[in-house]
Design a protein around this ligand. Sequence first.
Ligand SMILES: [Zn+2]
Length: 290
Amino acid sequence: MASKRLGVIGGSGFYQMKGLERVEQIELDTPFGRPSDPYFLGRVDETEVVFLSRHGRGHRLLPSEINYRANIYGLKQLGVEYLVSISSAGSMREDLAPGDLIVPNQFIDRTFRRPSSFFGNGIVGHVSLADPVCGPLSRELVAATRATGASVKDGGAYLCIEGPQFSSRAESNLYRSWGVDVISMTAMQEARLAREAEICFATLVLVTDYDCWHQSVAAVDIAEILRVMKLNVEVAQRAIVNLAARIATLSRDCPCPHALEGAIITDPAVIPPKTAADLDLIVGKYLKRR
Ligand SMILES: [Zn+2]
């Protein structure tokens, strides 16, 4: 059996993947430009793991500056079928405390200035995002995280804001009234693009603080946030190693590998050749079949 490829996108504080063996550095270019950083390909037992630092090592890119399309396209080029994105976030509920983890299954998008689709330039496609994460992969991610002994909430809503500033108190209270669980700035585009690229996607969110709605915010201690972040990142790294072992036997009987079935509206005869070539990796099999 061919080994599975698990992609991992690391966020704040998570700039390299520990526990990988025989690591190879891969520089890629894509039709959408350059990814945030080189990819690091290594192994955990039978599973191949491809790691990418979302903000680049050294943390050089704002959430709005990240080339999400290049990042996801590069993972597709590398044959990744499963993707876990890891990010830090603020908690929007009292019972989700700094140091806790959550595997969200829904998103609300409040971003407004980032490319979030592979479509355009003469090809139109509409995929379903009703269930924006892969159910089976999310279940395995929850189990793999629980196996580290950490407290992890299964499901919840992730609110994605543009940033880079955090929200105002009025915004924070408004978002709380929407019933969201965490607030952060990056995973939404990754969920959208992974779906278009037919990659199974799940996200592990590390709670570092309460957003500014919380009364304790006046007393925020940066050293405490960094301490919590460091502990969270260690848990996340162990969770990924656990997950890599678990997905060796997972079969992709979820809808993700067929997300583009029936999604492309454009008549293939009018798709510009350059667009078709750029997207061949993602849409080619559907265009040829018509
Ligand atoms: Zn899936």
